[in-house]
Design a protein around this ligand. Structure first.
Ligand code: FE2
Length: 194
């Protein structure tokens, strides 16, 4: 596919994400949609989990846009095999949709779309940025220090305070989530609790 065509697919992904955002009062209250977006021209980077994403059927339009854009997305793991293990890395991945390192550059805001396959245990981790999870499709069990564990489904959201340790499990289903960060530390990365 020519570069301008692949950018067109990523533009559709961004538009679907914006539509999802506009349907979520929690996301809109958490952070504004960035007004400084520029295509970053990141080269596609595949991960093993894209095969699972491609095969996972769901009616949500953002879910479908992620599937359509899969081959053109720069996918990341963020964590090393030493931190989370090979099995976790084979079933997990995220794309930074917009932000300092995103498919679309923004110096102001940061948004990710992350996938975990069924049967994963996302270890306790933390980051200085405040965070809002919004479930696109599937379900997951969320834990956070000081909070009651909760099962989240499509449309549900979960807020994490700055440096609040949190973890997640996917015993029953895959999960796809749109995640926003805000605050002074959005350029940083998540750290596993050791
Ligand atoms: Fe987090």
């Amino acid at each position: 596919m020519e570069a301008d065509q692949s950018q067109g697919v990523l533009d559709k992904l961004l538009a679907a994400a914006h539509h999802f955002y506009q349907g979520s009062t929690a996301m809109q209250a958490f952070a504004p949609w960035p007004d400084d977006l520029q295509p970053a021209g990141l080269l596609p980077q595949d991960i093993p989990a894209t095969k699972i994403i491609t095969d996972w059927q769901d009616d949500d339009s953002l879910h479908k846009a992620v599937q359509a854009a899969c081959p053109y997305i720069h996918w990341s793991h963020g964590y090393t095999e030493a931190e989370v293990g090979r099995d976790f890395l084979d079933g997990f991945g995220y794309l930074e949709l917009y932000g300092p390192y995103g498919l679309f550059h923004s110096a102001k805001e940061r948004g990710f779309i992350s996938f975990w396959r069924r049967g994963l245990d996302y270890p306790w981790h933390y980051h200085e940025a405040e965070e809002l999870y919004a479930i696109i499709s599937g379900t997951a069990r969320f834990e956070a220090q000081g909070d009651t564990p909760d099962i989240l489904r499509a449309g549900d959201t979960k807020f994490h305070q700055s440096n609040q340790q949190h973890a997640m499990q996917t015993p029953d289903d895959h999960v796809l989530a749109f995640i926003l960060w805000r605050g002074n530390a959005i350029t940083e990365f998540s750290r596993i609790v050791t």
